[in-house]
Ligand binder design. Structure first.
Ligand SMILES: [Zn+2]
Ligand SMILES: [Zn+2]
Ligand SMILES: [Zn+2]
Length: 255
């Protein structure tokens, strides 16, 4: 199994349009972050996790020609606004948990009709846990932005588990609702949006480290990074707590 970070930025990416801060102006390529998205390859099966506003740029930048599955974590626009590109992929299976699917259609309004008309080979449906080449794929229920929304906003992480390896991708969350699913992780990819604990619906770096200490994965990577701290600063900071790194655009890992 191989993963590649197509984007590691928070909702506005880095640099943020019209922002003059030191991080947005940084010459370090690792401080350039497109909207968060992960590409997973299990042998010949390719999966796109989230398709935000930078999706077209990301697919072209990394020479991605096709994928068989696209899974959505939640229906925030920084994760799904590249949906128009999905219409260009033949025989694509687009899935997400039922409550996310409801929000996805609510935001797109004419979504299902639009896809079916332009791409009759595409299947859009509720996520089903499945095994692809001995890798089990499942979801984990999260809490995200309950603080200012009247009803909790449906949001999920994805778990990939084989006999040798277990990884979880939790790009946006403030709490984990099915923690029992995250035992014995080799890799935890976590929301790192914000350095201090700001209570804005994201766990951020400092509370994320508490999750690392609680769940004790072998390795942790932060993504969905904000412009308030540089890659170098965050890398140095998280290192003191164990095997933790800050992901960057184009970062690849093979298991
Ligand atoms: Zn997000
Ligand atoms: Zn900035
Ligand atoms: Zn979100």
């Amino acid at each position: 199994m191989k993963i590649k970070f197509l984007g590691t930025g928070s909702a506005h990416g880095i640099p943020i349009w019209n922002c003059d801060c030191a991080v947005c102006q940084s010459p370090n390529p690792k401080d350039k972050r497109l909207r968060s998205s992960l590409f997973v390859e299990i042998d010949d099966v390719k999966i796109l996790l989230d398709f935000g506003p930078d999706c077209r740029t990301q697919l072209m930048k990394y020479g991605i020609k096709s994928f068989q599955y696209a899974f959505l974590t939640h229906a925030h626009r920084d994760h799904m606004n590249g949906n128009i590109e999905l219409g260009k992929q033949q025989n694509l299976i687009l899935e997400m948990p039922k409550p996310v699917l409801k929000e996805f259609y609510a935001i797109l309004r004419s979504g299902k009709y639009w896809f079916e008309k332009r791409n009759p080979t595409m299947i859009i449906q509720e996520f089903k846990p499945r095994t692809l080449h001995n890798v089990k794929i499942d979801t984990v229920k999260l809490e995200h932005q309950k603080d200012y929304q009247k009803t909790p906003f449906p949001c999920y992480g994805y778990i990939f588990e084989s006999n040798e390896f277990k990884m979880a991708y939790l790009s946006d969350y403030s709490a984990i609702l099915e923690e029992e699913k995250l035992k014995n992780l080799d890799l935890l990819i976590s929301d790192g949006d914000g350095f201090e604990n700001s209570g804005h619906g994201h766990i951020g770096i400092q509370d994320g480290i508490k999750i690392f200490q609680k769940l004790a994965p072998k390795k942790m990577l932060f993504t969905h990074i904000k412009h308030t701290k540089s890659h170098d600063f965050l890398t140095k900071y998280v290192k003191q707590f164990g095997n933790i790194e800050i992901a960057y655009d184009g970062m690849e890992l093979t298991f």
